[in-house]
Design a protein around this ligand. Structure first.
Ligand code: B16
Ligand code: MG
Length: 215
């Protein structure tokens, strides 16, 4: 029986992917580098620097380490301005209900987001205090699909990975959960999330998830 739910943030709890996209798009336009929603798909669940590398693939110019750091910082500034406006209304459907149902069952809740801005987003969503543990993305060395972030979450909850359910919207995230040895719930397109143990369109289907913790 599972004792904890380890959530991804972007695309599961709230749709910050849209803000990441708009912030990267602004930077890419300034650089005159082509960027679209398709390329953006590859950025999901991937860290800030790794995302920048993907965007710069389309540039004929080479950038130094310092320039890249400057550009990543610039994008982060745009992103931070955007997430300032996040409120409770930006919670995806079913999230709040699921959290309260999990709490009621004594199930632990953790966050495994690659975003260094995750604590600000949780605070603005009004759900920060519902988490038993939030992984500090700045301390994670290897990004998803590496299992590190999920393993750190389990360890800090004092649980074995096999006692945890991971919930993710990206293919890289599902791979990370599976490699960590957790049960993987995919949220979104079953085609993209085919390696998940269970796929749901969204979190509105509370019963399907809660069943994992009741058996
Ligand atoms: P930041 P997740 C990820 O969040 C995003 O999916 C990804 O697009 C972003 O680049 C990454 O966080 C880093 O975010 O620049 O705020 O540190 O899906 O792991 O919750
Ligand atoms: Mg995500």
């Amino acid at each position: 029986v599972y004792k904890a739910a380890v959530f991804d943030l972007d695309g599961v709890i709230t749709d910050t992917a849209r803000f990441h996209y708009l912030a990267w798009k602004k930077l890419a336009d300034e650089l005159g580098v082509y960027f679209d929603e398709n390329i953006n798909e590859r950025l999901k669940g991937v860290g800030r620097m790794e995302s920048l590398e993907i965007i710069l693939e389309k540039s004929p110019r080479r950038f130094s380490r310092d320039e890249k750091e400057y550009l990543a910082e610039k994008k982060n500034g745009y992103y931070k301005n955007m997430i300032e406006k996040i409120t409770q209304k930006d919670l995806l459907p079913g999230v709040k209900e699921l959290f309260f149902a999990l709490k009621g069952r004594g199930v632990k809740i953790a966050l495994a987001s690659a975003s260094r801005n995750a604590p600000t987003v949780l605070k603005n969503l009004g759900i920060a205090e519902l988490f038993d543990y939030v992984v500090d993305a700045g301390r994670i060395k290897r990004c998803k699909p590496d299992p590190e972030i999920f393993l750190v979450a389990a360890e800090n909850l004092g649980l074995k990975p096999g006692e945890c359910v991971g919930i993710e919207d990206s293919a890289a995230g599902i791979e990370a959960i599976k490699r960590a040895g957790m049960f993987a719930v995919g949220i979104g397109d079953p085609e993209i999330l085919k390696n998940a143990d269970m796929v749901l369109r969204d979190l509105k289907n509370l019963r399907a998830i809660l069943k994992l913790f009741d058996d």
